[in-house]
Design a protein around this ligand. Sequence first.
Ligand code: SAM
Length: 223
Amino acid sequence: MDNDDDDDTPQLSSHTLAALQEFYVDQQQRGGTKISEGFKQYSVGSIEEDWQLSQFWYNDETALCLANEAILAAGKGGRIACISVPSVYQKLKEQDGKDFSVCILEYDRRFSVYGEEFIFYDYNNPLNIPENLIPHSFDMVLADPPYLSEECLRKTSETIKYLTKGKILLCTGAVMEEQAAKHLGVKMCNFIPKHTRNLANEFRCYVNYDSGLDRDFSCSECT
Ligand SMILES: C[S@@+](CC[C@H](N)C(=O)[O-])C[C@H]1O[C@@H](n2cnc3c(N)ncnc32)[C@H](O)[C@@H]1O
């Protein structure tokens, strides 16, 4: 691995991260986290986009389509990890009751309102995640890295490869196609993800398995 990728960002140990996580859950339970009036717990957009964090939410149909794809690919009782892709986490939670479990790895601590399923995550420290996230324990890993850069994709890929049992669904710019293939062995799908706002960059989904996003993207839920 290249040494020039290492930066001087101070890193928290997994124990410290776990303690911090506990603190945020506690804060939330004590009512320390304010949520706006009319807040629908899991609806996409209930936490507003912060462009400083490169947040661009999917529209409802895309979030639903990706959530359905994740449930199908993860299988009965499957474990799903959503890395930097909170809208899909929210859509999955709206369908709670189906047989799967899910966690959200996110840099934006506002999502700690979701309690123990929220795991603080910074792609700059891709393997600095709590010890209870066992390597290769997720049936399905989805990710939408915040930046269209080789460094961001490569580091996020480290986390994806650490967590996944095999299946990967990556959403990122069309310009990242070659890098995505190189780091994750994923191929571009026919399905085109859509956002609530029009983005300047063309966005695509990439998978490394036989996916409904490639052959059935025109189903009513996915248009
Ligand atoms: C391009 S958005 C993807 C959101 C996705 N389209 C959705 O609707 O859920 C990138 C995500 O990365 C998160 N993010 C920002 N900085 C990050 C960092 N340093 N490490 C990990 N994730 C980060 C943002 O909070 C945001 O959720």
